[in-house]
Design a protein around this ligand. Structure first.
Ligand SMILES: [Fe+2]
Ligand SMILES: [Fe+2]
Length: 442
């Protein structure tokens, strides 16, 4: 199998000899007959330039210095304009050293050879120059290829970058819309849970806003204790629904404080934690919240209900809710500036028995901040407005209930467009007999 010939062996390199003596040109032609080159000859600089103009690039140009019309040095300098890549050689007599120096100084001349020359040296020099010419040309060609490829690569890179950017933007858009849908779903979910939690408060007017208060304090405590957001969500759901099981308890019993109940009544009353769990057990996503609801009347010392769980066997969420629940019930009795001190004392009395000692300080701190927040501000006055007159950012100074007593919004809520819309809707569907109370600066 023969190897495919390289480009340089297919194309013979061109050599141009310029000399005013025809016999020298002939002997040069003979000398290079067997070499891998195509020989051109010219008897004057002018003719040499004509050949160059016709042939284009010539690998090697060899010129005699002493010629009548145009000296070799001048011819070589002019040839540079037509054939810039050529390797130039000057043939000079021994007396023409200055011309040789001149030729080299004016640039573009590779070397000079003395006349008369040594055949072997001349052939070697010309063939060496041809090799050099080929290397330089190949080098230049490769550099051009690399440059072109680089430019293409750059273009691809830029295109790729913009494609990636476009796709990133698309992804971001989809992600944003998924996130928007998710957050809408979450809001809807939370509102549904809040609506459920409102059902029990409908039956027991004393418990108005109880579940929401317990939920808000519990979630804040959970956050302080470093619970992950998913767990906090479960705590929120469990807190909002912790008393949902009370729906089945007779009104007469609901009206009584737990402490006033006899043993059987208390047993029946405490069933609400089991009923609450059972009520939401069908919703798989809420099962964990169900476990918390079941355990919200367990005691830290193991004397609670229904499973007599002890210490950390009680789910953390349930230990938190137990405290928030107790505090909110006590808050209804507390009043005045010393109100919270009373709560503090009551809670401390149950340290280690009802409540987890580690949670007590966090729960007290969060609860105090929460109840302070929902207390009306002193430099504000309360005014009553119809929903049409409500504005964004106004703060509710009282809980808002529908005509049939469903809690719509709690005291302290800062109104937004959506909540104003909700109020307008309820004032049409189930109108209360009063306006909405808001706090405004005096
Ligand atoms: Fe309860
Ligand atoms: Fe409760």
């Amino acid at each position: 199998m023969s190897e495919s010939p390289s480009l340089s062996s297919l194309e013979k390199g061109k050599v141009l000899f310029v000399d005013d003596e025809e016999n020298i040109l002939r002997s040069l032609q003979r000398l290079f007959m067997d070499e891998e080159v195509e020989v051109f000859t010219a008897s004057s600089g002018a003719k040499g330039l004509e050949i160059l103009a016709r042939e284009g690039e010539v690998g090697v140009i060899v010129s005699d210095q002493r010629m009548p019309e145009m000296a070799g040095v001048d011819f070589l300098a002019k040839s540079k304009a037509i054939s810039p890549q050529s390797i130039r050689i000057l043939l000079t007599g021994y007396a023409d050293v200055n011309a040789a120096i001149d030729a080299i100084n004016r640039g573009g001349t590779f070397r000079y050879l003395n006349k008369p020359w040594n055949d072997e040296e001349l052939v070697q020099t010309v063939m060496g120059a041809m090799k050099m010419y080929r290397l330089l040309t190949e080098n230049k060609r490769l550099a051009a290829v690399v440059k072109k490829q680089n430019a293409e690569l750059q273009k691809w890179n830029t295109e790729l970058e913009s494609i990636v950017q476009e796709q990133t933007m698309e992804l971001q858009k989809s992600y944003d819309s998924v996130r928007a849908i998710n957050s809408k779903l979450r809001v809807n979910f939370k509102n549904t849970i809040i609506a459920f939690s409102g059902l029990i408060e409908l039956r027991d007017p004393r418990m108005r806003a109880h579940s929401r208060n317990v939920a808000e304090v519990s979630v804040n405590v959970a956050k302080q204790l470093g619970m992950e957001s998913e767990q906090r969500e479960m705590v929120m759901v469990a807190a909002l629904l912790h008393d949902i099981g009370k729906i089945g308890i007779p009104d007469i019993m609901l009206a009584r404080e737990a402490e006033q109940m006899n043993f059987t009544e208390r047993e029946e009353y405490l069933q609400h934690s089991i009923r609450g769990q059972a009520a939401i057990d069908r919703i798989e996503e809420l099962r964990e919240a169900g476990l918390i609801i079941r355990a919200h009347h367990e005691s830290y010392d193991g004397n609670g209900f229904p499973d007599e769980l002890k210490k950390t066997d009680i789910p953390l969420g349930a230990r938190i809710i137990a405290l928030a629940d107790y505090i909110d019930k006590k808050m209804r009795k507390a009043s005045g500036a010393s109100g919270f001190d009373f709560i503090r004392k009551e809670v401390e009395l149950q340290r280690g028995t009802l409540f987890d000692p580690k949670i007590i300080p966090v729960a007290l701190e969060q609860a105090e901040a929460f109840y302070k927040k929902i207390r009306p501000k002193t430099d504000h006055i309360e005014i009553e407005l119809l929903p049409a007159a409500l504005e964004d950012g106004m703060e509710l100074s009282r809980d808002v209930f529908s005509g049939t007593g469903l809690l719509l919004l709690t005291k302290g809520t800062a109104l937004a467009k959506s909540s104003i819309m909700l109020l307008k809707r309820y004032y049409e569907l189930d109108p209360p007999n009063q306006g909405v109370y808001v706090c405004v600066k005096e």
